[in-house]
Ligand binder design. Structure first.
Ligand SMILES: Cc1ncc(C[n+]2csc(CCOP(=O)(O)OP(=O)(O)O)c2C)c(N)n1
Ligand SMILES: [Mg+2]
Length: 368
């Protein structure tokens, strides 16, 4: 059993299917001092938190590099994850890569780094080079499928992966596996018909799935108020018969806390949860977009940055000091520099030979 303790920033609950006790776990009243310390971090140790921060820093550094490569004309397109890092790391930390399945969307850089995809592999995708593991560089970056970890993103068409994720979860239920599927999507995707069908079916069949919405307030240039007439994405869960929880996506521990309850519920046969992490899209929708055309300067400048909120939290806890912070950023810069060199030196995919254009399209004996 996971030990989830009460925390100030705990998620906001939208229906009564999940009781407060279920959501928060054991009460911490009367706990010993050491236990209270652990309570504040939902059972995560200093080392756990530093590792989460390390991956966030790597994600931010790599993201900036990819943006730069785009501006140099070397990477065709990038959808930045900047502003989503704390939500992504909090969520993925609550999962089990050995068992779980990840139906990601294009903004999931920090998630896949945490799952062990390397900066070099990611850059091979953005630079469309041979050796990229998800589609042999035949797809939009971060699309395709990995066999090392169950990371799947077949299409860039918004929300089409949501019914597919439900199919994965249904298969696991039929086979009696203890895997949970996590499907990642944006607020815009939540307004698509596919999202409704996926959540409705998952609710009816009580499937082992967590719907993880990263609400950054925009679907390209369309703001939230023009996408939906309800208070939140999480509030929709009530219509599907499972809990919906809204959580501050600037706080990785709060997201972890909500996700670990949702994961345990799904794994133990309790059915789906819809988690809505409130995040920021710090950059334009993609490198092809200019968000100053539809966001005011004031709005852009008032956005919160999860790197700052997380850093502040770690400093206040006494987990992170100046020397360690510098060390972590320096290591990330080195790793991203090395990865850039390797990826830039890699050959372009060839239309024939071992990596011909049909590779990964059709199964064949031995190699598929
Ligand atoms: C069915 C469909 N319609 C439109 C598009 C173009 N499109 C690509 S991303 C996107 C916005 C998605 O917004 P959201 O789900 O909030 O995710 P975000 O990019 O904000 O993280 C749109 C409209 C698409 N890919 N597929
Ligand atoms: Mg959005």
């Amino acid at each position: 059993m996971f030990q989830i303790r009460k925390r100030k920033a705990l998620g906001r609950k939208y229906n009564d299917r999940m009781s407060t006790d279920e959501l928060t776990g054991t009460e911490s009243a009367g706990a010993e001092p050491e236990e209270q310390e652990a309570d504040a971090a939902a059972g995560l140790t200093d080392d756990d938190l530093l590792e989460m921060y390390r991956v966030m820093v790597l994600s931010r550094t790599l993201d900036e590099r990819i943006w730069l490569l785009n501006r140099q004309g070397k990477a065709a397109i990038v959808a930045s994850a900047q502003g989503h890092e704390a939500a992504q790391i909090g969520a993925v930390r609550a999962t089990d890569p050995a068992r779980d399945r990840y139906l990601i969307y294009y903004r999931e850089l920090c998630t896949i780094l945490a799952l062990g995809v390397t900066p070099t592999e990611i850059l091979l995708g953005f630079l469309a080079r041979e050796g990229e593991p998800m589609s042999s560089a035949r797809q939009f970056p971060l699309h395709g499928a990995m066999d090392r970890v169950d990371i799947v993103s077949f299409s860039n068409v918004v929300a089409t992966h949501m019914p597919q994720a439900v199919g994965f979860a249904l298969a696991d239920k039929i086979r009696g596996n203890d895997s949970v599927t996590i499907v990642y999507f944006g607020d815009g995707a939540a307004s698509m018909g596919d999202a409704h069908e996926a959540m409705n079916f998952a609710g009816v069949h009580q499937l082992p799935i967590v719907f993880f919405c990263e609400n950054n307030g925009y679907a390209i240039s369309v703001p939230l108020r023009k996408q939906m007439a309800v208070e939140s994405v999480a509030s929709r869960a009530e219509g599907y018969g499972f809990p919906g929880v809204q959580v501050d996506g600037m706080d990785p521990i709060a997201v972890y806390e909500v996700m670990i309850v949702a994961m345990e519920k799904a794994r133990s046969g309790g059915g789906p949860t819809l988690v809505e992490a409130m995040v920021e899209r710090l950059y334009p929708h993609t490198s092809d977009d200019d968000h100053t055309r539809y966001r005011s300067q004031e709005e852009i400048e008032s956005m919160r940055d999860p790197m700052e909120t997380t850093e502040r939290m770690l400093v206040e806890r006494g987990t992170l000091g100046d020397a360690r912070r510098e060390q972590i950023w320096e290591a990330a810069r080195r790793q991203v520099n090395e990865a850039t060199e390797v990826a830039e030196a890699a050959p372009l995919p060839q239309p024939t030979g071992k990596h011909d254009i049909f590779r990964n399209l059709y199964a064949s004996d031995g190699e598929a």
